[in-house]
Design a protein around this ligand. Structure first.
Ligand code: NAD
Length: 367
C-alpha cells in the first residue's frame, strides 16, 4: 500500500512546473498512406523489410509485402496477444534468417508488440501501420510474456521510427472491437491528465484525443464504415498513444495489468470496464483532470459520463461479464496493493475493494 500523498501540482492544478522530453518519430496520417510504405522503407535506408502480422491479417500483410517488391523479406504471421516469449524467439530467428534490416508491423498492439520484441534484441527499426486504436506504435514500452507473467519495460530502441496511420485499414475493424479499442485509448489519455510527470502539452493532446475518439466512436457505432469517423478515431488513437508514451500511468493501468495478467481477462474490454471506476476513485484528488475528461466526452462528470459512454456504445460495463470470477476479487485486491506505485489518491484497501466490487457488478459510479 502506498502512503504517497497527492501532489498538488500533478493532481489537476495548473501544471506550471514540468519537464517535457519529446519522443521522436515520423508520423504520416492520411487515407491511403499505406501506399507510401516502399518510400518509407527506403527513407530508413532499409533493403529487406520483414512484414509482421497476426494469422488473421495475413491478407493485408501480403498486400503490403507485395507493394515493397524487392525490398520485402516476406511476411511473418505469428503475432499473438501479449507477445509470448516463444513467438518472440521464433520471430527474432526468422528475421535473422531472412536477413531483415527493418520490421513492418501491420496490425494492432499485439503485432506492434512483436516488432518491439525483435527490435529490443536486434535494434531493427520498426515501421508501424496500426489497424486498431491501442496506441502502442507511439510508445517506447514493450511487454513480453514468459511463464504466464507479462514483463514490461521501456527502451528507446523499440519506439517505431515511422508510423503510417491509414484510416482505410481500420474500416473493417468490427464495431465491438473498435469500441473497446477506442476506450482503451481514452484510458491512456485520461490517466495522462493526472499523471505525476504530466505536462501541459500532453494534457492538450490528452483532452483532444478523448474528444476526437469519443466523437468518432459514437459515429462508428451508427455507421461502421464512415471514413471520417474512422479518421477521428485513428487521430484520437495517435494523440492518446502519444500521451501513453510520454507520461506515467497510475491506478487504472495497474489494475488492468493485474486483471489481464493474473485472470486472463481480455485487454481492451478490461480497460473499458475499469476506467469509470478508476476515475471515480481518483476524482477527489484530481478535480481539474476530471473536468477536462468530462468536457471532452460531453458529460457532466468524468466517471459517470465514461460509464454512460460505454453503455451507449454497447460495450461491456461489468467484470463479471468478461470472465472475472467473483472469488478472484480478493486476490486482485491483494495484487493491486502489493507493489506500491504513484497515484493521485493514496491506495486505500477498503475503497479499492469497493471499486473492484462495483466494477464486477457493473454499478454506475455516482461521481
Ligand atoms: P490485437 O493487436 O491483439 O488485435 C486483436 C485482433 O484484431 C487480432 O486478431 C488482429 O489481427 C485483429 N485486427 C486488428 N486490426 C484489425 C482490423 N483493422 N480489422 C480486422 N481485424 C483486426 O489488439 P489490440 O487491442 O490492438 O492490442 C492489445 C495488445 O497491445 C495487448 O497485449 C496490450 O498489452 C498491447 N498494448 C501495448 C502498448 C504499449 O505501449 N506497449 C499499448 C497499448 C496496447
Amino acid at each position: 500500500m502506498s502512503d504517497t500523498t497527492p501532489s498538488p501540482r500533478s493532481a489537476g492544478s495548473m501544471q506550471r512546473e514540468f519537464i517535457y522530453v519529446a519522443q521522436q518519430s515520423r508520423v504520416i496520417f492520411s487515407p491511403g498512406s499505406v501506399q507510401r510504405l516502399a518510400q518509407e522503407v527506403q527513407a530508413l535506408g532499409a533493403r529487406r523489410a520483414l512484414v509482421l502480422c497476426t494469422p488473421h491479417q495475413t491478407e493485408m500483410a501480403e498486400a503490403a509485402s507485395a507493394s515493397l517488391g524487392g525490398a520485402s523479406a516476406g511476411v511473418f504471421s505469428g503475432a499473438e496477444m501479449h507477445v509470448p516469449i516463444e513467438s518472440a524467439r521464433r520471430a527474432r530467428a526468422h528475421a535473422a534468417s531472412v536477413g531483415a534490416d527493418c520490421a513492418v508491423a501491420i496490425g494492432g498492439g499485439s503485432t506492434v508488440g512483436l516488432g518491439k520484441a525483435i527490435a529490443l534484441e536486434s535494434g531493427l527499426p520498426i515501421i508501424a501501420v496500426p489497424t486498431t486504436y491501442a496506441g502502442s506504435e507511439m510508445t517506447p514500452v514493450f511487454g513480453i510474456t514468459e511463464a504466464g507473467v507479462k514483463k514490461t519495460g521501456r527502451d528507446p530502441r523499440v519506439l517505431p521510427r515511422t508510423v503510417l496511420y491509414d484510416p482505410e485499414l481500420s474500416l473493417h475493424l468490427p464495431v465491438p472491437m473498435s469500441i473497446v479499442s477506442g476506450m482503451n485509448a481514452i484510458a491512456h489519455a485520461a490517466e495522462g491528465l493526472y499523471a505525476q510527470d504530466g505536462n501541459p502539452v500532453m494534457s492538450l493532446m490528452a483532452e483532444e484525443g478523448i474528444r476526437a475518439m469519443s466523437r468518432g466512436l459514437r459515429r462508428i457505432h451508427d455507421v461502421p464504415e464512415d471514413i471520417e469517423a474512422r479518421s477521428d478515431c485513428l487521430y484520437g488513437a495517435w494523440l492518446c498513444g502519444t500521451v501513453l508514451g510520454h507520461v506515467g500511468m497510475a491506478l487504472h493501468h495497474k489494475l488492468c495489468h493485474t486483471l489481464g495478467g493474473s485472470f486472463g481477462l481480455p485487454h481492451a474490454e478490461t480497460h473499458t470496464v475499469v476506467l469509470p471506476h478508476a476515475l471515480a476513485y481518483n476524482a477527489p484528488a484530481a478535480p481539474q483532470a476530471m473536468a477536462r475528461i468530462a468536457a471532452a466526452i460531453g458529460a457532466s462528470s468524468a466517471a459517470g459520463g465514461m460509464f454512460d459512454l460505454a453503455r451507449e456504445l454497447g460495450a461491456p460495463t461489468a467484470l463479471r461479464d468478461i470472465g472475472m470470477p467473483k472469488e478472484g476479487l480478493s486476490r486482485a485486491l491483494e495484487l493491486a496493493l502489493s507493489h506500491p506505485y504513484w497515484n493521485p489518491r493514496p491506495l486505500q484497501t477498503d475503497a479499492l475493494a469497493g471499486l473492484l466490487d462495483d466494477a464486477w457488478n457493473g454499478v454506475r459510479p455516482e461521481k
